[in-house]
Design a protein. Structure first.
Length: 279
């Protein structure tokens, strides 16, 4: 991973939880990452690459915006950590689902719980915390803790996250540095109406040449990529904020609300209101 990569990990939730055949959820997809450490027993997690059994002696990570399911038929206990990362690290890198955990990792997870005693979820159902303004409240609350607690929390999160870095790899090897700059420009200007003209001008090439180059490197047309990134940003805004759907669409430069609705459902499978959890 590049030394220039920036990580800003914000703790949302952390706790130790006992389950007895009640950790069974399907189609979970959240705008934050999850870390798990199992204390006793085991369970299964269905990821896009297959079915994984989680068990003691390991750390597990599920990146943001990865659809997955849980299955548990018996008693087991685990520690869960929900993390919000604001620099889209999971959009650029693939991380392993499982890494070995040592004694220090176990102590770090337990210390994280000890210094954040009020971060436990009231309910285990993802719908109860994925689709509520509670997520934004947790992000805001992170700024209200003592400086010592904030520093220690961030330090522990970085140490735990670092365990996954050895086997991390770029989601795609972008060979052309011009496209690297274009992707950064899109990420930094996602709230604006981004045109192919401005992107091709960054590369000092014609529109047609740019579109061919972008498709070669990213395996999709530039406007398709931009729309997908805008909808991912909309997903996050729907969950962590209280803006109306209309205001979210406009803030992402969708002047046609009907088009925003159609595009959102095409990409996520849900209408914006259904995704937010309202009727």
């Amino acid at each position: 991973m590049s030394k220039k990569e920036v990580l800003n990990l914000i703790l949302l939730n952390v706790a130790r939880k006992e389950h007895d055949a009640d950790w069974n959820w399907k189609g979970v997809n959240s705008p934050f990452a999850r870390l798990y450490m199992v204390e006793n027993g085991s369970a299964r997690v269905m990821m896009p690459d297959g079915v994984h059994t989680i068990r003691p002696g390991h750390l597990y990570m599920i990146p943001s915006f990865v659809t997955h399911s849980y299955e548990n038929n018996g008693f087991f206990t685990l520690y869960y950590i929900h993390i919000y990362e604001e620099h889209d690290i999971f959009d650029r890198w693939n991380f392993p689902f499982e890494v070995d955990a040592n004694e220090l990792d176990e102590l770090l997870v337990k210390q994280l719980v000890a210094i954040n005693p009020d971060r436990e979820l009231k309910r285990s159902d993802p719908d109860s915390y994925d689709n509520m303004p509670m997520l934004m409240q947790n992000i805001a609350r992170s700024e209200q803790f003592s400086f010592k607690s904030v520093v220690e929390t961030k330090g522990i999160l970085l140490q735990l996250f670092s365990r996954f870095l050895d086997k991390a790899s770029p989601k795609r090897e972008i060979m052309d540095k011009r496209i690297v700059n274009v992707i950064r420009h899109i990420r930094e200007n996602i709230h604006h109406n981004i045109h192919v003209d401005e992107l091709s001008s960054l590369c000092y090439i014609t529109n047609d040449h740019f579109i061919r180059l972008f498709k070669k490197e990213m395996h999709c047309p530039p406007l398709q990529y931009i729309n997908r990134k805008k909808i991912e940003k909309a997903q996050l805004m729907l969950i962590i904020g209280d803006k109306s759907i209309k205001d979210i669409a406009h803030s992402l430069s969708f002047d046609n609300l009907s088009y925003f609705y159609r595009l959102f459902k095409k990409i996520t499978g849900f209408s914006p209101s259904r995704y937010r959890g309202t009727k």
